[in-house]
Design a protein around this ligand. Structure first.
Ligand code: GLN
Length: 523
């Protein structure tokens, strides 16, 4: 196994034991990016010089007795392109932010650098995190490293954190940051055989994270194992005065929590998640999960979450409403792209019409509509009430159970472009099992549960009580122990589609892999 395919925890242990160096590990990841990014298109920017500099510093701290080594010392990571990184281009997958280089660092990424991690570069995503396939990115489509048995059709890596999930699954980094507004950590994790956890709302600071829907957005990691997810979340989470919704609650030692007692835990199985049209495979996967928990000594309890059916419609009111407000700041004055205009209003309009893609415009229109006078009560206020009911359903369920088990997605990964002409709602249905968790602000994990008949990964979702990530991860470990970790698939992508961009030349800087089209004004 090459170094870049190790789990983060194994790499950490080998670094500490001086079996490998941070420079070797970083070079292994950079070579994997060189060989694979041309075909997979996971990275938008590779910060190779900066990575090697950080790795060198880590090697200094790891040498001697390794006493100064920090928790993630020398671990190379990929960063979803909506975390602002000081001096390194941050686009959130949008043309409108195209040339934006933030003058500050997001709290989550700062926490990771403070923990000794190394930055490899920025990862592709759906534009402003709106999507479930990473196909709405302005900068091209990321490809899932997994393919169905005997097929060479390219599949989506999920979304919006598809760059993160593809990079982690293919070994182009040891782990990645991601974010989840309605499922964007868990669904891509399910599609790529990786682990993804969306922590409780408020666990990770949103400072410096490009906002989509502020009351739902939450950062979290995508990793190759449950233990790696615990280690990453431990480093990413913090109470932050720069984010008034971040919560001052101590986070227990998550790695330790993985070995705590599991027997006797109560697992809720909600009947409302048996949705119409769900494939037999997904049903069988769910049964398998239930069985694994039962074998491990848990008690299975049938529960009801009666407002589940209303979650997706309510989400598609709340999220666009907040998005339409958050995206008002992109006006051609403060960030990135500016198109020419006859006067200032014309300039705003031209910038926004050229800078936003179709899905983002759809959300802005919906959001503006549901917030407008006359419709506010009928839609927005009603959706907020539904949100409270969804939260109450979970509160009631957690009176009797410790965690809830569901599938993560209704299907495995689908073909790139296969939903291009479909009703947008078909794409929205990907998140039918995940949005409830964001609406209620709860922690949710996706862990690989097995393979579909076609040999594609499928994910199981574990939902926990507020701030009880420890039990969620503990339960996830039980699934992982029974099913095993998903391997890095056969690297069909290696050497395909030419080499990616050259490594960064600017000091601590970045190289773009994506063509930056100039905004042109249509007359
Ligand atoms: N797919 C959902 C959406 O498009 C969720 C995206 C997310 O979690 N960022 O809104």
């Amino acid at each position: 196994m090459s170094l870049n395919e190790l789990t983060l925890s194994d790499a950490r242990d080998k670094l500490r034991a001086k079996e490998i160096t941070a420079t070797e590990l970083t070079e292994a990841c950079l070579s994997a990016i060189d060989a694979g990014n041309g075909a997979l298109k996971a990275y938008l920017v590779v910060t190779a010089d900066r990575a090697l500099e950080q790795a060198k510093r880590s090697d200094e701290l790891l040498s001697g007795k390794g006493k100064q080594a920090r928790p993630l010392e020398g671990i190379p990571l990929g960063i979803k392109d909506l975390f602002c990184t000081d001096g390194v281009r941050t686009t959130a997958g949008s043309h409108i932010l195209g040339t934006f280089e933030p003058p500050y660092e997001s709290t989550v990424t700062q926490n990771l650098w403070d923990a000794g991690a190394v930055m490899l570069g920025k990862l592709n995503m759906d534009e402003f995190a709106m999507g479930s396939s990473t196909e709405t990115s302005y900068y091209g489509q990321t490809v899932n490293p997994w393919r169905a048995k005997g097929s060479d059709e390219n599949l989506v890596p999920g979304g919006s954190s598809g760059g993160s999930s593809a990079a982690v699954a293919a070994g182009l980094c040891m782990a990645a940051t991601a974010s989840d507004t309605g499922g964007s950590i868990r669904q891509p994790a399910a599609f790529t055989g990786t682990v993804g956890i969306k922590p409780t709302y408020g666990r990770c600071s949103r400072y410096g994270m490009v906002a989509f829907a502020s009351s739902l957005d939450q950062a979290g990691p995508i990793t190759r194992s449950i233990k790696d997810a615990a280690l990453m979340l431990q480093a990413m989470a913090s109470y932050d005065l720069k984010d008034s919704t971040s919560v001052d609650r101590p986070l227990p030692d998550l790695e330790k929590a993985l070995t705590q007692k599991f027997k006797g835990l109560k697992i809720g199985v909600p009947k409302e998640y048996r949705v119409e049209g769900m494939s037999k495979e997904i049903d069988a996967l769910w049964e398998k999960g239930i069985d694994i928990f039962r074998q491990a000594g848990a008690e299975i309890v049938d529960i009801s979450l009666p407002h589940t059916h209303a979650a997706l419609p309510a989400y598609y009111i709340v999220a666009p409403a907040e998005a339409s407000s958050n995206l008002a700041r992109y006006d051609g004055v403060r960030y990135g792209l500016r198109a020419d205009g006859r006067d200032i209003v014309d300039m705003y309009e031209e910038t926004r019409s050229h800078g936003f893609g179709a899905e983002v415009k759809r959300r802005i229109l919906i959001g503006t509509y549901v917030l407008s006078a006359g419709y506010y009560d009928a839609y927005y206020l009603k959706a907020q009430k539904v949100r409270s009911l969804i939260k109450r359903d979970f509160d009631d369920a957690f009176d009797t159970v410790d965690v809830v088990l569901t599938p993560t997605t209704p299907t495995p990964a689908f073909g790139l472009g296969s939903k291009k002409d479909a009703d947008p709602v078909e794409m929205y249905l990907n998140d039918i099992f995940t949005v409830t968790v964001n609406m209620a602000g709860l922690p949710g994990l996706s862990v690989p549960g097995g393979l579909s008949g076609e040999g594609l990964p499928l994910g199981l979702q574990i939902i926990g009580k507020p701030f009880d990530e420890a039990t969620v991860l503990r339960a996830g470990q039980v699934i992982e122990d029974a099913v095993g970790r998903m391997p890095v698939p056969e690297p069909w992508w290696a050497g395909e589609a030419g080499k990616p961009e050259a490594k960064a030349k600017k000091k601590a800087g970045a190289t773009e892999s994506a063509p930056e089209k100039k905004a042109t004004r249509k007359k």
